[in-house]
Design a protein around this ligand. Sequence first.
Ligand SMILES: [Zn+2]
Length: 225
Amino acid sequence: MANSLHIVCFGAHPDDCEIFAGGLMRAFVTNGARVTFVIATDGALSNGPPADPALAATRREEAKAAAAHIGAAVEMLGFPDGGLSLQPGAIEAVDDALLRYRPDLVVTHHERDYHRDHREISRLVRSRIGPVQRFLTMEPLYGVGALPDTLVDITPHAAAKRAAILEHRTQDGEAIVPQVATWNAFRAIQMARRGVEQAEGYVIPPDIYADPSGLLAKVARVRRL
Ligand SMILES: [Zn+2]
């Protein structure tokens, strides 16, 4: 059904694609699509400054182990954690990834996300895609800053998502997993469909030529709010 599709999720940090979109990405994989997580920064600041090179290496391994639960490939762009837009080569790296992967759907953070790195990769990716590129943004953490307009049932994929987040052992997954499950349970209630227990929220940017909602409906139950 979705077997010739390639979905590329641009995350700012090594655990973002799993936390925000792990369920939908797994839905694409189980329907035969190829999924790649392109991770912009090395995550070396996640335990606070100064940047820790050993932590960056650990986070790279965690990202690979986590993506394996989703069935996604991982590419680390390797920019320093924090201040992405100031990094020389960031535009070229995004252009290069878009050219190499030629994605059928590009997913990234919402432009009003709470985290500076999330906002920056969102704006950068959006500024580099063409007008016919299907594009989807992940709602900010716990919906703070922007509300979703599209909900996706991830109930069949919640266990894989949970396992993926837990692979990020440096990031206190034991605390994050119940928070994300509660957030996804709230979105599931908003879907108001029998059997939907976990759902992810997305924002579909204004578009004329390339509405991604048809792609989502191929792999999951979807509700537009
Ligand atoms: Zn992040």
